[in-house]
Design a protein around this ligand. Structure first.
Ligand code: ADP
Ligand code: MG
Ligand code: MG
Length: 255
């Protein structure tokens, strides 16, 4: 069992002449094992900022509030420590690392999270199985990390990491963007497989309701202007699909 608790989180970015800008303005959210939460909201509302702040991205400064995982102070942890503690943050735009293969990257990540290197033979078997689950061509394992990856390949790779690392809580930002319907189904199945394992929690951040046809959230939160402005069950996603975000944005102006 695991619980990610976000309390009154305030986050600022940028140190330009005009000073830091407050993006998150008091976010409260609790994600427990076995729960899938969707955060939905208009572009620019601060959804990715929430993901980056949980991930520990240096550009995002937490000015107030707390984030804990099973009572441990996540904000005091390094990025590596967050991963070891059981947090998984799939980033919207993963970096390219030429010369490092997907296979090597995954083995290092698994080693970092488990605290010991998996036996090569067992690791290879595990990886092949996980790749098969996600309909990923075996040759993909030898590709350079993120180099020339299509949108669909990036997203499958995210879910591949999820399957291999088996974190306690996964934060997935815009996992549906750039996916055709077939890839969306495969990726959604992967998220569902992970989410239904019972001891994992999922925080799925998305602008579009499309992925929620395949991944059924237990809770839906509407995000606007740096905070959660409404919360409900899966039915809320349907309301958003039909009505959009207008009523949550200033002067009804979306985007
Ligand atoms: P969303 O993911 O909901 O579209 P973001 O969290 O990406 O929203 O952005 C929220 C606001 O924060 C936007 O106004 C954006 O311009 C600003 N912002 C986000 N990241 C940065 C950054 N690194 N530097 C400056 N401004 C940023
Ligand atoms: Mg579940
Ligand atoms: Mg975003």
């Amino acid at each position: 069992m695991a619980t990610l608790e976000i309390r009154d989180l305030h986050v600022s970015v940028g140190q330009g002449a005009d000073g830091a800008k407050e993006i998150l303005r008091g976010v409260d959210l609790t994600v427990r094992s076995g729960e899938t939460h969707a955060i939905m909201g208009p572009n620019g509302s601060g959804k990715s900022t929430l993901a980056y702040a949980i991930a520990g991205h240096p550009k995002y400064e937490v000015t107030a509030g707390s984030v804990t995982l099973d009572g441990e102070d996540v904000l005091a942890m390094s990025v590596d420590e967050r991963a070891r503690a059981g947090l998984f943050l799939a980033m919207q735009y993963p970096v390219e690392v030429p010369g490092v293969s997907v296979s090597n990257f995954l083995r290092s990540a698994v080693t970092a999270v488990r605290g010991e290197a998996p036996k090569l033979r067992e690791f290879s078997k595990e990886m092949r199985q996980a790749m098969q689950n996600l309909s990923i061509d075996p040759a993909f394992a030898q590709r350079s990390l993120n180099e020339g990856f299509s949108g669909g390949e990036k997203k499958r790779h995210e879910i591949l990491q999820l399957e291999m690392l088996q974190p306690k809580i996964a934060v997935l930002d815009e996992t549906d963007s750039g996916l055709d319907v077939d890839a969306l189904k495969v990726v959604s199945e992967g998220i569902n497989r992970f989410g239904s394992s019972g001891d994992a929690g999922v925080l799925l951040i998305t602008h579009y309701t499309r992925i929620l046809r395949y991944v059924k959230p237990d809770f839906v939160h509407v995000f606007a202007d740096g905070r959660i402005v409404e919360a409900g069950g899966p039915e809320l996603a349907e309301v958003l699909e039909n009505e959009g975000y207008e009523k949550y944005t200033k002067a009804g102006a979306s985007l």
